[in-house]
Design a binder for this molecule. Structure first.
Ligand SMILES: NC(=O)c1ccc[n+]([C@@H]2O[C@H](COP(=O)([O-])OP(=O)(O)OC[C@H]3O[C@@H](n4cnc5c(N)ncnc54)[C@H](OP(=O)(O)O)[C@@H]3O)[C@@H](O)[C@H]2O)c1
Length: 328
C-alpha cells in the first residue's frame, strides 16, 4: 500500500477540525509493531479528542482511537510475530500517539496483548476500553468480597458503553442488577441482558443531599460521577463497595464522610489506561470467558471511518447507545 485512510484531527487558530486524510507509513509514529487495523471503537474520550475544549489531546495533529484490534505486519519485538492478532487499548493510544482510527498503526510492543481465545477481533472492539473498564469494576467488587448473595448491585449510565457492559457482566455472574438510565428505550435490551430493575436518573438523585440514606446496595458500578456518585455512597449497605470510573455527570464529589466512617463503605477508583499489562491480560481473559456478556452484538453498531465524526457528535450530546465499533 502506498497511502491509506485515517481520521486526522488538527488544531488551527483555536479551532479543532477532524477530516479523513490519505497518509503513508512514514507519517506514523515510531513503535516496535506495525499493525493492519481491523477494528477500532468509539469511546467518550475519542469524542473529547475531536473537540476544542476536550483537554485530552497533548499534541496536534492526532489520529484518535483509544482502542484497536488488528494483525501484526512487522515486529521488532520478540514477543510478537507477523500474523499475530493483537489488541491495544489505553496508554497513549489516540491521545499522545496516533490511534486506531487509521488502516495502519505503529505502537510500542509493551502496549499490545495477544487477542485471547474466545474473542474475535470485532468482539474485542465491541468491548474495547468500555468493556475493560466494566470488567475491572466487577473484578474489584469480587476482589473486595461482594458476592451475589450480599444484595443488589446498582449500575449507572447503563445506556452507554461502560454501564451496559457492566450490567451484562454482573447479571451473568449472578448478581441482582438494578440499572440506572436516562433512556427508557434501553430497558428491553438491558432486561435481555439480565437486569432486574430500573431507576431513572432523577430517582437516583432524590437522596442527593442526605449524609446517609436507606441501605440499599451491596455494590455499585458508577461511570457517571458528580451528583450521581454522591447520591450512591449514602445509600450503600454496611461494608458496601463502589467502583467509580467516569465523569459524564460531573467531576465534583459533594458529600460527607459518614458513609465511610459509619458504614465502612469502600470507594474504589477504576483506571483502564495505565493498569499493568499483567492485570489487563488477566481481565481480557475473563472477558473472553466467564465475564463475556451475552448481548454483545445487540449492544453494538458498526460504522465506517467516514461516520465517526457524526457519531462523536451524538455521544457528546449524550444521545449514543451501547457501543460503536469501527470497521477499518
Ligand atoms: N476510568 C477509566 O479508565 C474509564 C474508561 C472508560 C470510560 N471512562 C469514563 O466513563 C464514562 C462513560 O464512558 P462510556 O464510554 O460508557 O460513555 P458513553 O457510552 O457516552 O455513556 C455515558 C453514559 O453516561 C450517562 N449519563 C448520565 N448522566 C449524563 C449526563 N449528564 N450527560 C451525558 N451522559 C450522562 C448516559 O447514560 P444513561 O442515559 O443511561 O444515564 C450515557 O449514555 C465517561 O466519563 C468516560 O470518560 C473511564
Amino acid at each position: 500500500m502506498s497511502t491509506f485512510k485515517a481520521l486526522v484531527v488538527n488544531k488551527s487558530d483555536n479551532e479543532v477540525e477532524a477530516e479523513i486524510k490519505e497518509i503513508g507509513l512514514s507519517d506514523l509514529p515510531e513503535g516496535d509493531l506495525l499493525i493492519k487495523v481491523a477494528y477500532s471503537s468509539v469511546n467518550f474520550k475519542d469524542a473529547l479528542a475531536c473537540i476544542k475544549d476536550g483537554n485530552i489531546v497533548q499534541n496536534y495533529p492526532i489520529i484518535p482511537g483509544i482502542d484497536l484490534a488488528g494483525t501484526v505486519v512487522t515486529s521488532e519485538s520478540g514477543q510478537f510475530q507477523p500474523g499475530d492478532k493483537i489488541i491495544v487499548t489505553g496508554f497513549g493510544l489516540g491521545v499522545s500517539h496516533f490511534g486506531g482510527f487509521s488502516k495502519y498503526a505503529r505502537v510500542p510492543a509493551e502496549w499490545a496483548l495477544k487477542l485471547p481465545d474466545g474473542l474475535t477481533m470485532r468482539e474485542a472492539m465491541i468491548l474495547g476500553t468500555a468493556g475493560l473498564t466494566a470488567a475491572l469494576s466487577l473484578f474489584e467488587l469480587q476482589q473486595n468480597g461482594i458476592q451475589p448473595e450480599d444484595g443488589p448491585i446498582l449500575v449507572t449510565g447503563t445506556s452507554g458503553g461502560v454501564g451496559s457492559i457492566a450490567a451484562g457482566i454482573a447479571a451473568k455472574l449472578g448478581y441482582r442488577v438494578t440499572a440506572s438510565t436516562g433512556k427508557p428505550d434501553m430497558h428491553e435490551i438491558l432486561l435481555e441482558a439480565g437486569v432486574q430493575q430500573f431507576l431513572s436518573r432523577e430517582e437516583l438523585l432524590t437522596d442527593a443531599k442526605r449524609a446517609l440514606s436507606k441501605q440499599q446496595w451491596a455494590g455499585a458500578i458508577d461511570c457517571v460521577g458528580g451528583r450521581t456518585l454522591s447520591s450512591i455512597l449514602p445509600s450503600m449497605r454496611y461494608g458496601g463497595v463502589v467502583a467509580a470510573s467516569g465523569l459524564t455527570g460531573g467531576t465534583e464529589l459533594a458529600m460527607t464522610v459518614y458513609p465511610f466512617i459509619i458504614r465502612g463503605v469502600r470507594l474504589i477508583g477504576i483506571d483502564s489506561v495505565m493498569v499493568s499489562k499483567e492485570k489487563r491480560a488477566k481481565i481480557w481473559e475473563l472477558l473472553a470467558s466467564v465475564y463475556k456478556p451475552p448481548m454483545l452484538e445487540r449492544l453494538s453498531e458498526e460504522i465506517s471511518l467516514e461516520q465517526i465524526s457524526e457519531r462523536v457528535g451524538l455521544m457528546l450530546k449524550g444521545r449514543s447507545r451501547g457501543r460503536t465499533v469501527v470497521k477499518l
